[in-house]
Design a protein around this ligand. Structure first.
Ligand code: ATP
Length: 270
C-alpha cells in the first residue's frame, strides 16, 4: 500500500480572523494572498511572483494556521506535508513524491504547498555524510530545489514552509527565486495572548465577564497552541466538576496543569 505523503484541502475555511495577534506577519503574508487571487495583475507589468516564503518561529505559534489562512483568504487549494514524513521514506521514494506533489499543485494552480518542519529535509547538505551527497534526504532536498527552480514564475504555485530552526537550513533554500522571504512568527506578548484567548474562548460555554487580560497575565511564555490547550482543558475540568459553565477557577487550574506539563515536557493524560 502506498503511504500518503501529502494532504490536499480544496475548501479551506480558515481565514485571518482565526489567527489572533501576529499583525506584522499577517500584513507581510497578505501580499501572497493578493498574488494568488490576482496573479495577472502582477505578471502583466513584468513582475515575477515569488515562489516561496519561510515562516520562522517557535513551536505552536500559528505558522500552520497562518499558511492555511492564506489558502482560505485566497480561496485556493492547500497541499500540505511534513518534512519529517520524507525522512521516514524508503530510498528513492522521497524525490518522486516531491515531483508528484508539485505536479498536482501545478494542475490545480493557483495553489499553495505548505511544508511543515522543513528543517527535517532542508538541513545543510553534506554535514552528516562523509560519502558525499548520496543519501535519501539529500536527494529529496535536491528534488525540492529542482522543482522550485523548474516551475516558471507564472505557475502560480506558492510554497510556504515552516521551521523553528532557520539557522540549520541549507543556504541554497534561501537563494533568490526559492524561499527568499522570511516571515517571523513569534511567541505572543500579553496583549496578543488576550486576543488568542478571545478566539479560543468563543466556542466555550462560560460564565459572564471572564477577564481576558487577567488570563493573558497568567500565561507568560505560552504559545497560541498552549492557550488553545488551556481553554480546552478548562472546559474538561469544569465538566468533570459537573459545572454548567466554565469559570475563572477552571482556567487557573488548567493553566497550572499546562505549566506542569510544560515543565515535565510530558503531557498528563487523565
Ligand atoms: P509547530 O511549529 O509546532 O508546527 P505552528 O507554529 O505551526 O506549530 P500551529 O500548528 O499553527 O502552530 O498552532 C497550533 C494550534 O494553536 C492552532 O491550530 C490554533 O488552535 C492555536 N494557535 C496557535 N497560534 C495561534 C494564534 N496566533 N491565534 C489563534 N490560535 C492559535
Amino acid at each position: 500500500s502506498k503511504a500518503k505523503l501529502f494532504d490536499e484541502k480544496t475548501d479551506v475555511k480558515t481565514t485571518f480572523k482565526d489567527v489572533a495577534g501576529l499583525e506584522g506577519a499577517k500584513e507581510e503574508i497578505q501580499e501572497i494572498v493578493e498574488f494568488l487571487k490576482n496573479p495577472e495583475k502582477y505578471t502583466n507589468l513584468g513582475g515575477k511572483i515569488p515562489k516561496g516564503a519561510l515562516l520562522v518561529g517557535p513551536p505552536g505559534t500559528g505558522k500552520t494556521l497562518l499558511a492555511k489562512a492564506v489558502a482560505g483568504e485566497a480561496q485556493v487549494p492547500f497541499f500540505s506535508l511534513s518534512g519529517s514524513d520524507f525522512v521516514e521514506m524508503f530510498v528513492g521514494v522521497g524525490a518522486s513524491r516531491v515531483r508528484d506533489l508539485f505536479k498536482q499543485a501545478k494542475e490545480k494552480s493557483p495553489s499553495i504547498i505548505f511544508i511543515d518542519e522543513i528543517d527535517a529535509v532542508g538541513r545543510a547538505r553534506g554535514k552528516n555524510n562523509i560519502s558525499g551527497g548520496n543519501d535519501e534526504r539529500e536527494n529529496t532536498l535536491n528534488q525540492l530545489l529542482t522543482e522550485m527552480d523548474g516551475f516558471g514564475s507564472n505557475s502560480n504555485v506558492i510554497v510556504l514552509a515552516a521551521t523553528n530552526r532557520a539557522d540549520v537550513l541549507d543556504k541554497a533554500l534561501m537563494r533568490a527565486g526559492r524561499f527568499d522571504r522570511q516571515i517571523f512568527v513569534d511567541l505572543p506578548d500579553v496583549r496578543e495572548r488576550a486576543e488568542i484567548f478571545k478566539v479560543h474562548l468563543a466556542p466555550l460555554k462560560k460564565v459572564e465577564g471572564l477577564d481576558l487580560d487577567f488570563l493573558a497575565k497568567q500565561t507568560p511564555g505560552f504559545s497560541g497552541a498552549d492557550i488553545a490547550n488551556v481553554c480546552n482543558e478548562a472546559a474538561l475540568i469544569a465538566a468533570r466538576n459537573n459545572k454548567t459553565a466554565v469559570d475563572k477557577q477552571d482556567f487557573l487550574d488548567a493553566v497550572d496543569r499546562i505549566v506542569g506539563g510544560l515543565e515535565k515536557k510530558n503531557k498528563i493524560i487523565t
